[in-house]
Design a binder for this molecule. Structure first.
Ligand code: NAG
Ligand code: NAG
Ligand code: NAG
Ligand code: NAG
Ligand code: NAG
Ligand code: NAG
Length: 382
């Protein structure tokens, strides 16, 4: 499905704010900018379930998602779930099981479509985990003062979950999402040419890598309420309130477009789907043949890759990271809060999940689950 127009209109009733965004594509790293890594760490897998609390609140989603992070994830989410349970985020005692993130005070949630490999008519679920990078785009002077922490309960979706066909060269109006073979082609891939699986057909590198990676770059600029100046944390499509950086505007001293002036850190999310266990289960040649792959949304092209993010970072912690951390270490002798954590960064943490989910199996299916399948979110845990 293509977007109908290059303009997205969003209406905010409170102050009758209307804005239109001209999507500036292709997305380019602006000149005069340096991107700096704040932090990266694996986030373990929480659950696979046909839920999407943003798109289908309180009920079942149209397809299965693989979920990472905050263990309170469920059909409904509330701002309280994203806040520290005791009100003191610095005290992490007894909170190990609140999230699959190693960094316990961060109660964010992520989810992305589950991936399946089909063999003899059976859909086999591919295990996954996430590896988010947080970066900030700075001017060469390194001034961090223009970057704001994620506002509480910020919610965003990138990608088009309804897309089921490979991209064409015309489809430039889209989010910065690509498929990678981890480090093998990290520097040689981009969203315009590697936004689906077609380039992986008969690709000899595929046999040499244990995971295929969905890499999703989230926008770094938010719209603001014109009355209060507060950042806007949601929109009807969960996307229009956010925009990619458009270039350095010397006059406004800003990287962000005038419609979305509020700069935040960039979430560069990797969702890693593990091919090695599937090779053991289904055979190497079968798994290396991309024509056997399908996303839970019924997409056999990979172009429908998407992800949802709900912010659960304590604001104070993120402000400290922006000002004082570079790659989770102190910046120039200042106190980076993360110095206090012993974080391995490569662990895939597991925690018990007690949420309510649709009572249905999600692995070894004869058909993918769709919106047409009857579904009740039970009060029973699985
Ligand atoms: C914050 O939490 C989210 C979800 O739990 C996770 O994906 C992300 O990696 C975490 N960030 C850090 C720095 O731990
Ligand atoms: C976390 O869950 C594990 C497994 O159920 C349990 O053994 C452990 O005690 C829990 N940790 C905390 C701090 O509750
Ligand atoms: C990819 O780019 C990074 C940073 O730009 C560089 O450090 C690395 O050596 C490059 N890797 C390859 C395989 O070219
Ligand atoms: C991949 O290889 C197979 C067998 O050699 C061939 O039939 C097919 O056309 C190739 N596909 C692509 C996309 O190159
Ligand atoms: C950054 O670190 C300094 C100490 O070096 C501290 O005073 C300051 O509050 C920190 N910034 C934030 C936003 O926490
Ligand atoms: C799915 O089928 C495979 C192969 O028969 C089996 O190893 C695996 O345990 C099954 N998974 C579930 C969740 O039933």
């Amino acid at each position: 499905m293509h977007r109908v127009s290059k303009y997205r209109f969003v209406f905010y009733s409170s102050c009758s704010v209307v804005f239109a965004t001209l999507l500036l594509v292709p997305i380019v790293q602006p000149a005069n900018a340096a991107s700096e890594r704040l932090f990266a760490a694996n986030v373990g897998h929480l659950v696979d379930a046909r839920l999407d609390p943003l798109v289908s609140p309180g009920s079942c989603a149209s397809h299965v998602h693989s979920v990472f992070g905050n263990a309170l994830f469920g059909a409904d989410i509330t701002p309280q779930m994203l806040l520290d349970p005791t009100g003191d985020w610095k005290d992490i005692k007894g909170k190990y099981n609140t999230t699959t993130s190693e960094l316990i005070p961060n109660l964010s949630m992520y989810w992305a479509p589950s991936m399946y490999i089909v063999k003899d008519g059976i859909y086999h679920l591919v295990p996954s985990f996430a590896r988010p990078y947080y970066r900030i785009t700075l001017r060469s002077d390194g001034d961090t003062s223009r970057i704001n922490a994620f506002p509480p309960f910020l919610r965003m979706i990138v990608g088009d979950a309804s897309r089921k066909e490979a991209w064409t060269s015309e489809d430039i109006d889209r989010d910065d999402i690509r498929w990678k073979l981890r480090t093998i082609n990290r520097n040689s891939t981009n969203y315009l040419q590697h936004g689906d699986w077609s380039y992986l057909m008969n690709n000899t590198d595929l046999a040499n890598i244990d995971e295929v990676e969905l890499k999703l770059r989230f926008p770094e600029c938010l719209a603001v309420n014109s009355c209060t100046g507060d950042p806007i944390t949601k929109s009807e499509d969960w996307r229009s309130h956010a925009a990619y950086i458009s270039g350095w505007d010397r006059h406004r001293q800003s990287f962000c477009p005038i419609t979305h002036p509020y700069q935040i850190p960039m979430l560069d999310l990797e969702v890693r789907y593990k091919l090695d266990p599937m090779r053991e289960l289904l055979g190497v040649d079968h798994v290396n043949d991309v024509s056997n792959w399908i996303l839970s949304s019924g997409d056999k092209s990979g172009a429908g890759g998407h992800a949802d993010f709900v912010n659960g970072w304590p604001t104070e912690l993120m402000q400290n990271m922006i000002q004082n951390c570079t790659d989770a270490m102190s910046r120039g002798g200042r106190e980076c809060y993360l110095d206090q954590f012993e974080i391995n960064g490569r662990a895939n943490k597991k925690v018990p999940y007690h949420g309510k989910v649709p009572r249905e199996k999600v692995d070894n299916l004869t058909n993918l689950l769709t919106a047409a399948d009857e579904c009740v979110v039970t009060s029973q845990t699985i």
